[in-house]
Design a protein around this ligand. Sequence first.
Ligand code: DAH
Length: 360
Amino acid sequence: MDGLVELKAVVLKRILEAVNQEGLENLRVEFLGKKGEISLKMRELGSMSSEDRMIFGPLLNSIKDEVNLALLAKRAGLDDLALDERLRTEWLDVTIPARIRATGSIHPVSQVIDEVTEIFSDMGFSVAEGPQIESDWYNFDALNIPSHHPARGEMDTFYMANSKSANGAPNVLRTHTSPVQIRSMQSLGAPIRIICPGRVYRADYDQTHTPMFHQVEGLALGKDVSMANLKWVLEEFVKAFFEVNDVELRFRASHFPFTEPSAEVDIRCSWANGQLRIGEGDDWLEILGSGMVHPKVLEASGINPNKWQGFAFGMGIDRIAMLKYGIPDLRAFFDSDLRWLRHYGFSCLDQPRLSAGLSR
Ligand code: DAH
């Protein structure tokens, strides 16, 4: 078995010269793999005389150990080199300013719903919801608007072509939030104090009307809830919402089928230089409809009108948003124009809190 020392020198030299892990692995296979040169020589030991084996055995083993050590050292060296190379090329300048991320904004309608909810929850009202596709019974009949009633024609109702209620009449896109009154009385009974903000639909389109808009309904029933309570609640609401200390409300006799007596409510304001000021001046601004819930409406909802009474009101959310934030055209509310949203929208950190003043 000649040439072992030379073989060792060649292997060690080639290991030193290896330039990458793959080359190194090939070398390992070439010399130490199953059919590797050193492995083959190890196998030859079996056919040697015991004297020769005593000489070549330890020699081969020490060569094998040395080659293994050299492989390990080279492997570590190549790893270090690769790491150095990565550190040299993959670097990050943490002093560069971060990219600006576009943030969304809260739509004025959402903001105003939050404001209204905050104010009324402070007065003990909770929030109720109902479906936007309603049966004509909930949207009309239960609210004392029978089918021949002129109010049905005035509402510009959207009828659903493919959706019918149990009585066979087509369902409607609710024309107001008042049906939620009926649903809430049915499910919660009396006494009750709720507001119902939500989407409503009417076939109408101009600067102050869109086919979809938002209302908030209010309902309070008790043993002796009266018009006086209605007046106080609405005054408190208007003061908090428009952030003014003094407001004058005018209750104008009106007619709604679902309330008796009924009143439309105006607030005193001025329009000097096109700027709306609440609580001063000689103009009046209509903001809502209201009244004492009609006994027939209570009956339709399973409430005994001889035991319970109360008030209800309905208000346009988009309308009070336009007034409070000086937004001239309702249609723009629903155009999804980002420039409009950035201008009139609110930061998500701007959560309305009565304790902190409602808005910026
Ligand atoms: N539902 C009415 C509308 O859409 C608003 C309204 C008026 C609601 C008087 C009421 C109310 O609850 O009492 O025009």
